[in-house]
Design a protein around this ligand. Structure first.
Ligand SMILES: *Cc1c(COP(=O)(O)O)cnc(C)c1O
Length: 411
C-alpha cells in the first residue's frame, strides 16, 4: 500500500476510536480548511453567535442598564474566572477574567515588586513571548524594575537575592517546550522570589496545577485554546495566601472594595476582584464564556491525551512520507505543548503555500513554521491530510513561487 493510503487508513481507525470526535460539531471549521492555528486564535464555537445575539438584543437592547444586575454582568468576570480556575488547578476565587494578558502581566509584576521590597529584578528567559519581556521593560523605564534574562538551563543559578519575581511562560510559544513548573517555582521560593506563570499556550490544552506547585501568580489568554474570540479577555490568578496582601497599580473603580459607594478614596477589594480596573467588556466576556464552558465540558485530561496523539501521529505521517524537516519542538510529546514547530530558511513561503492549500498554520520569525494541534476540533484525518500537503509543498518546491514570499502584517 502506498504511504498515502496507509496513512489515510490509520487516520480513519484513529478517528473511529476518538472519544472526543463528536465535539468537532460544536465548532465552526470552514469547509476545505485544515486549521492548525488554534493555538493562536481558537476556532469559533457554534453556540457563540446565538449567545452574542441574545446578549446584544435582549440583555443590552431590552435590559439596558438593568442587565448589570438582572443578567449578571456585574459578576461576570469573577464567574468566568471561576470556570477557568479548574482548568489551571486553581480555586474559583483565585482567578478572574479581565483585561489582556499584557495588562495582567503589568499588574502582577508590579504587585510582586511591592511584595518584595529591596529586590527589583524580574528574571525571565531570552526568547520569551515578546509582550512578556516588553511589560518588564515598561516597568524598568518607570524605575521600578530591572530586567534579567537567563537561558533556561541557567535560570536556577540566576535566582540571586535581588530577584523579586521569576516570570516565565509554561509552554514556549515558538518551540512548544515545557518548563518544569514545580521545580522552578520551588527554586524561586527557596531564593525568596515570587513566581508568575504565563499559561497562554497551556490553558485548555494541557493540565496545569497552580495550587499543586504553589504558584504565586499566573496569567493566560482567552482567545487561544479557550476559543473566546479575537481579543477575548484574558485571565489572571493570585494565590489565596496573597489575598489581602497584594496591591496592583491600576487602581480603577472596578477593583475597589465597593465601586458603587462612589467614595473619593481608593479602597482595594481584598480578593481577586482587585485585579479589575475599568468596566468589564461584557460582549467579549459573553463570547469567552461559551468557549470556556465547552472546553471545561470536554475536560483537560482527554484534551491533553488527544493533543499528544495528534502530534505524534503527524510526526509518524511525516516519517512515512519521507519528509525531513528540522523539528525544533521537543521530540517527546510529554515535553511539549500542543504544537509542533519546524525550522526552515523558507518557513514563511512554506506556510503561505500551505495556506493556499487550505492548511492554516503560522510563521514565527525568523524561520519557524508552527503547527498547532487544538484537540477539541481536529480530526486525525485532518492531520494526515496536513502531512500530505506539507510533504507535497516541501518536496515539490511549490513554496518557491514568488507569490508566497509577500509578507502580510500578521504572520
Ligand atoms: C498569546 C500570548 C500573549 C498575548 O498577549 P495579549 O496581551 O493578548 O496580546 C501573551 N503571552 C504569551 C506567552 C502568549 O502566547
Amino acid at each position: 500500500m502506498p504511504p498515502r493510503d496507509r496513512i489515510a487508513e490509520r487516520a480513519r481507525a484513529l478517528d473511529a476510536a476518538d472519544g472526543l470526535a463528536a465535539y468537532r460539531a460544536a465548532f465552526t471549521v470552514p469547509e476545505g480548511v485544515i486549521y492548525l492555528d488554534g493555538n493562536s486564535l481558537g476556532a469559533l464555537p457554534v453556540k457563540t453567535a446565538d449567545v452574542l445575539a441574545r446578549v446584544v438584543t435582549q440583555e443590552w437592547g431590552e435590559g439596558l442598564i438593568r442587565s448589570w444586575n438582572s443578567a449578571g454582568w456585574f459578576d461576570m468576570a469573577a464567574r468566568i474566572g471561576g470556570k477557568i480556575a479548574p482548568l489551571v488547578g486553581a480555586a474559583p476565587h483565585e482567578v478572574i477574567a479581565c483585561d489582556s494578558t499584557s495588562v495582567n502581566l503589568f499588574k502582577l509584576i508590579a504587585a510582586a515588586l511591592q511584595m518584595r521590597p529591596g529586590r527589583s529584578v524580574i528574571l525571565s528567559e531570552p526568547g520569551n513571548f515578546p509582550t512578556d519581556l516588553y511589560m518588564i521593560a515598561g516597568l524598568e523605564a518607570q524605575g521600578l524594575a530591572q530586567r534579567r534574562l537567563a537561558p533556561r538551563e541557567e535560570l536556577a543559578q540566576a535566582l540571586g537575592e535581588d530577584v523579586a519575581l521569576l516570570m516565565l511562560t509554561h509552554v514556549h510559544y515558538k518551540t512548544g517546550a515545557l518548563h518544569d513548573m514545580a521545580a522552578l517555582t520551588r527554586a524561586a521560593h527557596e531564593a525568596g522570589a515570587l513566581v508568575l506563570w504565563d499559561l497562554s499556550h497551556s490553558t485548555g490544552a494541557l493540565p496545569v496545577d497552580l495550587r499543586g506547585v504553589a504558584a504565586d501568580f499566573a496569567v493566560g489568554c482567552g482567545y487561544k485554546y479557550l476559543c473566546g474570540g479575537p481579543g477575548a479577555p484574558a485571565f489572571a490568578f493570585v494565590a489565596e495566601r496573597h489575598h489581602g496582601r497584594f496591591a496592583q497599580p491600576l487602581t480603577g473603580w472596578f477593583g475597589h472594595a465597593a465601586p458603587f459607594a462612589f467614595s473619593d478614596d481608593y479602597d482595594p477589594a481584598s480578593g481577586i476582584g482587585q485585579l479589575q480596573c475599568g468596566t468589564p467588556p461584557v460582549l467579549g466576556l459573553a463570547a469567552l464564556e461559551v468557549g470556556v464552558d465547552l472546553i471545561a465540558e470536554i475536560g483537560v485530561a482527554p484534551l491533553y491525551a488527544k493533543s499528544r496523539a495528534l502530534s505524534e501521529f503527524f510526526l509518524a505521517c511525516l516519517a512515512d512520507l519521507d519528509v525531513a524537516l528540522a523539528l525544533v519542538s521537543p521530540a517527546a510529546s510529554a515535553q511539549r505543548g500542543s504544537q509542533l514547530s519546524f525550522r526552515h530558511p523558507d518557513a514563511y513561503a512554506i506556510c503561505q503555500a500551505l495556506i493556499a492549500r487550505g492548511v492554516i498554520g503560522d510563521f514565527r520569525a525568523p524561520d519557524v513554521l508552527r503547527l498547532g494541534f487544538a484537540p477539541a476540533y481536529l480530526r486525525f484525518a485532518d492531520v494526515a491530510e496536513a502531512a500530505r500537503h506539507l510533504a507535497e509543498v516541501v518536496t515539490g518546491g511549490e513554496w518557491q513561487n514568488p507569490a508566497f514570499r509577500q509578507r502580510a502584517a500578521v504572520t
